[in-house]
Write a protein that binds this ligand. Structure first.
Ligand code: B3K
Ligand code: ZN
Length: 874
């Protein structure tokens, strides 16, 4: 039986209610006696009163059995167990608190606290998992020095790991052994980690710039050692990059990473002992795609960078989550951009903003990057806090420039190292170090929603003036009606017809290309503009806003060729595609045929044939916006029309450019697989060509041949996706062959499950249901569940939104099962339901009925409760 989540009516917490803790804990000494169903935890804490008036110590606790409670070594009976933990009455001002608890890791399907992943034990404590291990002040502003002793069976669990340095070890006479760890850096409980098990270990060393030798260890399941190299390379690259770009050095003698198969998210930055979803560690050419490799590099980097932005300076309270996450995402994006292609990285980050993040801003869960009200903290590890949070940091970087931004970082560490800080502390450091006012800019932290920036331009030939009128407006979002103008860094460039840049002059002075847009409406008048220019705007996506401007086709086609920066060229292509997607959705709705001007095809053909461009960049230009991103452009979404238009557009481009696509496809074949950037870039373009060609007569032959000849997972998956997407005859044989070959390996099978989920066939749902019986599928494993269920519900809109409501019923069944076994995963999967108001009346009613069913569930977990409630009341 799965463990039942808390059943009491959930209550909200507000940012405004923050209060410093009455007590703090300076040191904690933990002993774990590990057993599958009854693990004993003894916690000896040094407690100190902080608030004079306090007499009771209120500790957090969840699903714990209290075995023993002592104060200064004496049994203590003056306490009460509550719904949320333990209240100990009449405690002294400073004392030693001993608590022994019993927990059941085997039954812990929530994957929070201490749980079993396969044969081993591991922990996940962020945000509030430590309270499922022992009663504690489980909040990020209580920082203690941790000492941890782990006792377990020696034969089955030779490795016993925790944070910090290994200080002692020994054997017991009953076949058990123990290891003791000590972390010299005070830390909040969410950064605690413990791992026990049997692993293969990849070892290396790193010497920091000041000469400290650091042992690097990556622990993987037995037999997976040949899949750990890239993670190690990425770790070493991260350590080096953080020294070079941010001047930050690692601070312990050992850095460990453990890959586990059961994990709710990507990875966790526990001090000195990162725990990773195996998806972001394990890779070799035959099991992982280029995208997987890139994911590993960025997540390894992200968790490593947290050592300074997150661990050395942590968050005062969970409302400040973006302090560490937004900043660390910014850092990992910069890392990937410095090591790989900056434009391609930027494009992919912007796709996430314009697709799922903008969608989050429009929905019932819309919140500022620093939320004001939270029921379940795990629900706020969102694209808004992470990705928009990173855009907010990036805007400060744009406004200050690299040198001043780095001065701000330095000041931030000087002021806050070793403490728990706020978002405001960060902005203050940036402001103080740079002398640049961020007063209005701070609104980005409190205001939710995506601003719309509307631009109108006017050219006065007689005066040689170019007038740019910029209006900004943010529509009301859930629970936040009033919106104020934001400080928007608005990066522009003007070009003459020869493609040369026109210097920006205002009032006789040359001005910077990043305009400070701060008012609801603002006019910039540029002088000495000799001819009507072409304007490039929101270059590099300089602010997370929606740009509205009535571009002429020829101007976009001009920018696709002449804009000086690659991102702007890509963006011009996207705006051009968007114009014709919108127009054709209208045509489809009116029963007219699909139409695309020759000039548009030629513009894309021009990019395809431009040998001076990076092939990976060309692949991005030729990638259409996703159906989900397109859905976001509409008040009422017509899933079927959108799907039809995207398919037609792919087909028309493929047919019109078939010769070029085919020639390039063949010319880019590579003799042997390497993971060098230029090799990846060529594969990216070649496989993009294949995806187009799948819509032509050659499709089946090409996809079939590529699958058979492929010596690497990138090309294998590209062949399978092409076959799946275009429903080619070779699809079935490929799917069977792949499953026969990889059934034993869940991580690889995830790719196959994703294809089943995204299968455009009419009977996709039947297939998905049948696939749940596949031996490699396991609803208890978050990776498997996400691969199959999320790819169907979130990324196969036409089938999920089937008019008979069958897709909706399916999602409710899954959510009902996960509500008890793993509500955190359920809470991610429910997202498609939250957008129900964007659909037609019939679909709305069907989805609403499902939400109501969920609302009526007995024991609805607070993760789902918060979202269901907001969706229904919106
Ligand atoms: N800090 C963790 C996320 C924890 C999520 C808790 N539900 C990973 C990261 O952002 O690096
Ligand atoms: Zn993070």
């Amino acid at each position: 039986m799965a463990e039942q989540p808390t059943t009491t009516q959930p209550t909200a917490k507000y940012r405004a209610d923050y209060q410093a803790p009455d007590y703090t804990i300076t040191d904690i000494d933990l002993t774990f006696d590990l057993h599958d169903t009854a693990t004993r935890v003894v916690a000896v804490s040094q407690v100190k009163r902080q608030a004079v008036q306090a007499t009771s110590l209120i500790l957090d606790g969840d699903s714990l059995k209290l075995v023993r409670l002592e104060i200064n070594g004496e049994s203590w009976t003056d306490y009460q167990e509550t719904d949320s933990g333990l209240t100990i009455h009449n405690v002294p001002a400073a004392f030693e608190l001993t608590i022994e608890t019993e927990i059941n890791p085997q039954k812990n399907t929530l994957l929070e606290g201490l749980y079993k992943s396969g044969e081993g034990f591991c922990t996940q404590c962020e945000a509030e998992g430590f309270r499922r291990i022992t009663f504690y002040l489980d909040r990020p502003d209580v920082l203690a020095r941790f000492k941890t002793k782990v006792i377990a069976d020696q034969a089955s669990m030779p490795y016993l790991l925790s944070n910090g340095n290994r200080i002692d070890a020994g054997e017991l006479d009953n076949g058990r052994h123990w290891v003791q760890w000590e972390d010299p850096f005070p830390k909040p409980s969410y950064l605690f980690a413990l791992v026990a098990g049997d692993f293969d270990v990849l070892r290396d060393t790193y010497t920091t710039k000041s000469g400290r030798n650091v042992a690097l260890e990556i622990f993987v399941d037995k037999g997976n050692l040949d899949r750990a190299d890239y993670a190690m390379t990425s770790l070493i690259n991260s350590m080096k990059w953080d020294e070079e770009r941010f001047g930050l050095e690692y601070d312990l003698d050992i850095y460990m990473i453990v890959a586990v198969d059961f994990f709710n998210m990507g990875a966790m930055e526990n001090k000195g002992l990162n725990i990773f979803n195996s998806k972001y560690v394990l890779a070799n050419p035959s099991t992982a795609t280029d995208t997987d490799y890139q994911g590993i590099e960025s997540v390894i980097g992200h968790e490593y960078f947290h050592n300074w932005t997150g661990n050395r300076v942590t968050c005062r309270d969970w409302f400040q989550l973006s302090l560490k996450e937004g900043l660390t995402v910014f850092r990992d994006q910069e890392f990937s951009s410095d090591l790989g292609s900056r434009p391609v990285n930027r494009i992919n980050n912007v796709r996430i903003m314009r697709g799922p993040q903008f969608a989050e801003d429009r929905g019932p869960m819309s919140h500022p990057i620093r939320p004001e009200k939270v029921i379940e903290m795990n629900n706020f590890y969102t694209l808004t806090v992470y990705e928009k949070g990173s855009e907010v940091i990036r805007m400060m970087h744009t406004l200050l420039g690299e040198a001043k931004f780095q001065a701000g970082m330095k000041l931030y560490f000087e002021r806050h190292d070793g403490t728990a800080a706020t978002c405001d502390d960060f902005v203050q450091a940036m402001e103080d170090a740079s002398g640049i006012s961020l007063a209005q800019f701070r609104r980005w932290y409190s205001q939710a929603g995506t601003p719309v920036v509307n631009v109108a331009t006017e050219y006065d030939a007689a005066q040689k003036r170019y007038r740019v009128t910029i209006k900004q407006h943010t529509a009301p979002t859930a629970g936040q009606e009033e919106k104020l103008p934001l400080h928007i860094p608005f990066d522009i460039e003007l070009y003459n017809r020869q493609g040369e840049v026109i210097a920006l002059q205002c009032n006789g002075k040359e001005i910077h290309h990043v305009l400070d847009v701060t008012e609801a409406e603002q006019v910039f008048e540029f002088e000495q503009v000799d001819e009507e220019p072409v304007i490039s705007m929101l270059r590099e996506f300089s602010a997370p806003v929606i740009l509205e401007y009535d571009y002429r086709d020829e101007d976009l086609i001009f920018l696709m060729v002449h804009a000086r920066n690659a991102f702007a060229r890509w963006d011009a292509g996207q705006i051009l595609l968007a114009k014709y997607i919108r127009e054709n959705v209208k045509r489809v709705q009116q029963g007219e045929a699909f139409a695309l001007p020759e000039s548009v095809v030629d513009a894309f053909r021009g990019v395809l044939l431009d040998e001076t461009l990076d092939p990976a960049f060309i692949a991005e230009v030729l990638t259409l916006p996703s159906e989900n991103e397109i859905a976001g452009w509409y008040e009422t979404v017509d899933v079927d029309a959108i799907h039809q238009v995207v398919s037609e557009l792919e087909k028309v481009l493929a047919t019109e450019m078939v010769d070029e696509l085919s020639a390039i496809y063949h010319s880019l074949a590579q003799p042997a697989y390497t993971i060098a950037h230029d090799a990846m870039a060529k594969r990216a373009l070649r496989n993009r060509c294949l995806a187009f060609l799948a819509n032509t007569e050659q499709g089946d032959k090409l996809a079939s041949a590529q699958y058979q000849q492929s010596d690497n997972m990138t090309d294998t998956m590209a062949a399978m996706s092409a076959a799946n997407g275009a429903q080619l005859p070779c699809r079935e044989a490929q799917m069977k062959d792949f499953s026969d070959k990889w059934t034993h390996d869940g991580l690889v099978m995830d790719k196959w499950f994703i294809l089943q989920g995204k299968n455009p066939a009419e009977n996709a749902l039947d297939n998905v249901r049948a696939t749940m019986a596949h031996p490699a599928f396991d609803l208890k494993n978050p990776n498997r569940t996400r691969s199959l269920v999320a790819s169907f519900c979130a990324n196969n809109p036409v089938r999920f939104h089937a008019k008979d409501g069958s897709g909706y019923q399916f999602l409710t069944e899954i959510l009902t099962a996960l509500n008890t076994s793993n509500p955190q995963v359920a809470s991610r999967l429910i997202e498609p339901f939250l957008k129900y108001r964007q659909y037609d009346a019939q679909r709305q009613a069907l989805m609403r009925a499902e939400l109501e069913k969920l609302a009526g569930l007995e024991n609805l977990a607070k993760d789902l409760f918060e979202k269901v409630q907001k969706a229904l009341e919106q």
